[in-house]
Design a protein around this ligand. Structure first.
Ligand code: NAI
Ligand code: MG
Length: 349
């Protein structure tokens, strides 16, 4: 029997609840499809930071490198640890260390879910650059606390980094409706974003079967609301992709539905799977977090590991549950009820 070694980082707040829910469903899928998931749980979180002064141990990356995949719930507890510390201490280092350069975020209305737009054709795939750009971490502060204080945050766009994410986007578009929209702000940002546009045009030559549009981020926000049915695959930088995918999440009914995968295409390196949402301190511990985003991310992990049938069955079970109206409206069903409905659907599918 094939065994996959998973590193679980439940994190903070609702990250713990949705990780539990996901593992219940994935374990059931593994039993049904004849493979084994062997998980080690790592308590790296804001609580861990308070005890140890770091978000993860110094050998954290080396430890994770031995796993087939990483599953993360959500990290952040701004009351006790600044978000810039928790994000830069755990999430971003993992994405960068394992060159998980493609952050894949599917936005689609699940059956039975009514998004705010009342459209039935919402199905886009956002590919967000995940290792550089605006979140490169380059910059600094000088003269802190003085009136001549300076802060810089340098966006870093490399040819290698931009080329590979654009190419990844084209591959995805080729497997879908064959339309790619590259999102920049190249009217205002005349170096990095003009460079991104140039690279997109170069890479596009290799994909004559895919049509390409170029849009500015502000116009794209309007387009996603006004004419989402005209979009297929969107490729965007780290910051723009981050923002657009919360908009995508809202259109698909809320953050509780938005799944994501941080992919390094090299199979020797672990990729990381996590819902788009954060630790949701406002609803933590109340058993009302929607686990669907997390479970869908788990299905993406099974798919990445090569368990395509199990991945499809998990997604079909999620769809069966939402079709029955379970988990479609925030607060209507508990985390446990939604998980139970998905497990029941998985058994009969
Ligand atoms: P958030 O995503 O945690 O919450 C935003 C809003 O969406 C809240 O009202 C929350 O209740 C709701 N929400 C989120 N997930 C939900 C779910 N599964 N079911 C029902 N409602 C849900 O974003 P926020 O409040 O900006 O950040 C809270 C903390 O999470 C911060 O520390 C932030 O840095 C961190 N964060 C971590 C992320 C990660 O680990 N990947 C991503 C985003 C934020
Ligand atoms: Mg975000």
């Amino acid at each position: 029997m094939t065994t996959y070694k998973l590193a679980l980082i439940p994190g903070d707040g609702i990250g713990l609840d949705v990780t539990d829910a996901t593992m219940e469903v994935l374990t059931a899928a593994a039993q049904r499809f004849g493979f084994e998931l062997k998980s080690d749980v790592f308590p790296w979180s804001c609580e861990y930071y308070i005890k140890h002064g770091v978000m993860m141990p110094e050998d954290g990356i080396a430890t994770l490198s031995k796993f087939d995949a990483i599953y993360l719930g959500a990290v952040g507890w701004p009351d006790t640890v600044p978000d810039s510390v928790s994000l830069h201490g755990l999430l971003l280092p993992i994405r960068k260390a394992f060159t998980q350069y493609a952050n894949i975020r599917p936005h689609r209305l699940l059956p039975g879910v009514e998004g705010p737009l009342k459209c039935d054709a919402f199905d886009i795939l956002c590919i967000r650059e995940n290792t550089e750009g605006e979140y490169s971490g380059a910059g600094g502060r000088v003269h802190q606390g003085q009136d001549n204080e300076v802060a810089t945050e340098v966006s870093v766009f490399t040819r290698k980094g931009v080329e590979r994410i654009i190419r990844f986007g084209f591959e995805q578009a080729r497997a879908r409706r064959k339309h790619l929209t590259s999102v920049t702000k190249s009217n205002a940002q005349k170096y990095s974003m003009v460079f991104w546009d140039e690279v997109t045009r170069e890479v596009a030559q290799e994909y004559p079967d895919v049509t390409v549009s170029h849009m500015h981020i502000d116009a794209m926000c309007a387009k996603m609301v006004m004419a989402p049915e005209t979009l297929d695959v969107i490729v965007a930088s780290n910051l723009f992709g981050d923002i657009l995918t919360d908009l995508g999440a809202a259109i698909q009914g809320g953050l509780g539905f938005a799944a994501s995968a941080n992919i390094c295409p090299d199979p020797a390196v672990p990729s990381m799977f996590e819902p788009v949402h954060g630790s949701a301190p406002d609803i933590a511990g109340k058993n009302i977090a929607n686990p669907i985003a997390a479970i869908w991310s788990g299905a993406m992990m099974l798919d990445h590991l090569g368990e395509k049938d199990a991945a499809s069955a998990v997604l079909a079970a999620v769809e069966a549950a939402t079709l029955q109206g379970v988990g479609t409206k925030q607060g209507q069903s508990t985390t446990d009820e939604i998980t139970a409905a998905i497990l029941a659907a998985l058994e009969v599918s």
